[in-house]
Design a protein around this ligand. Sequence first.
Ligand code: ZN
Length: 163
Amino acid sequence: MTITENKVVLIHYTLKDNSGETLDSSEGKEPLAYIQGIGNIIVGLEEALLGKIVGDKVNTTIAPEKGYGVRNEENIHKVPLAGFQADGDEKLVEGMQVRVETNEGISIADVSKIEGDEVTLDLNHPLAGETLHFNVEIVDIREATKEELEHGHAHGPGGHHHH
Ligand code: ZN
């Protein structure tokens, strides 16, 4: 069986950035299960894995445009510090991540700067603008069930678990 649209694929992967630092890996964990062709994983990785078979090892470099997107200055907002009500005893510090309400719902923002009574929030994906280096091994390929396609994610090991 080869990887085509709507197949459930189980992969082991290691993701590194341009400097060779590991950002994420399935090593020591169960493989990741995704459905090919529906955007469960970034488009650059779907393209690299299309047509592969179990046991194949894929090394691929993915540009930001086909990864987590380019950094967008419009996703950087300056807001008054007074808008942040102390949540419990956690003090707002640079580098912290906070939940913010946007037009598209709740989003995670990086507190990139605190200056005077002004906070700079960065709503870009943490990996936006990064060139991604993936090492992938294909562990299993199977047909997606009707239920998995309806849910838009894989079930079972490495996928979603419903309780
Ligand atoms: Zn489900």
